[in-house]
Design a protein around this ligand. Sequence first.
Ligand code: NAD
Length: 423
Amino acid sequence: MTAEPATVSTADGPLAAAHQQLAEAARFLGLEEGIHALLAQPRREMTVRIPLRRDDGSMSLYTGHRVQHNVSRGPAKGGIRFSTSVDLDEVRALAMWMSWKCALIDIPYGGAKGGVAIDPRQHSTGELERVTRRYVSELADFIGPERDIPAPDIGTDEQTMAWIMDTISTGRGYSVPGSVTGKPLEIGGSRGRANATSLGVVHIALEALRSRGVSPEGSTAAIQGFGKVGAGAARLLADAGVRVIAVSDQFGAVYRSNGLDIHALEQHVARTGSVSGFNGGEALDNSLLLELDVQLLLPCAIEGVITAANAARIRADIIVEGANGPTSPDADAILADRGTLVVPDILANAGGVIVSYFEWVQANQAYWWSTLEVETKLTDRITAAWHTVQGEAKSTGRTLRSAATSIAVARVAQAHRLRGLYP
Ligand code: NAD
């Protein structure tokens, strides 16, 4: 078997970045060409059309995707994104990163991702429910606790997950709470899931500070994105004593040198839908947030925001990737030269999928754990992964991303070797 051209994709964008990272890991590991070719391509991908009956009686048509990148270590796992930026290549990249993340953290899942190219803000709750149910019913034969388990991502939330679970359950004729994670507690969600990604990001940020001999109380942070991941990370960092001096969302950014009052900012966002206009800080240009002189920079929004165009202007000591794929490979090289510590997405934001795994285990057994149990197990798993990745990076003189990716790729490749080829 020989590698297909996709393994040497040179175009920009998240898929090219994912291919480049895989190719680097393959070189380091001396991976068989056939296994490299296999891992560069999704196992299965589906594109569906979603006709929506609008509230005014008219009809709109949307496109959705679900990509299952790899299932050699267990069922596919990954979020569903509702955003106008969704396209098949983006979903392919995000699905590949999920395979590495689940392998790195050593949970028994493969990787998947899904998305609908839609702006959820332009739709009523009823319209979003109909889009979600139609999208999921198109994919219903490929989703379920043993096959593929979705979760929230950009533009989706607990309510979306409840509709997905109900759609799958209605089709099967009985409740299937293990078919999706990130559900409301009342219908089989896990305690600790809502905050899990942010909690993991903050554990990793504090470990990264410690590795550089810096205390949280003496540190400042800037956070791009004030959604499920970014807002939780801001709150938890502030609780840990870090001064969060700037945050942004897609509409604008706010800055306060003495630290923003995150609780008040969350109330402002709940009222107005954006961080813009918050009177507890000054407005800041969105792109400047990334270039502030801080100890911690947390990109928690979208991919491709730190590139060769701005990497040399980034002054943060440590970047903790709450978002998936925020840093391009070119930017990675520039940051490594400058001594910036970049904690990669597949490690930094793995808290969400770790607690999703706990939710799936609980839902499949109909047995519920306490918040303390969930958070203790999350902390143990993510801290262990941090030490594994840091140890590998140190002993081989590579970046944390190279170390993390090669550990993960080696595990997925080994699953393929052990299982062999069918037929
Ligand atoms: P979300 O929809 O809850 O929030 C996204 C935030 O990013 C919003 O505040 C939005 O306004 C902001 N944003 C979008 N474009 C921006 C831009 N150009 N500049 C500044 N801000 C911008 O989504 P989320 O669930 O918090 O996901 C954020 C990132 O974290 C994504 O990359 C996602 O894949 C990743 N992630 C999420 C989870 C999870 O559990 N939700 C887990 C792992 C990784």
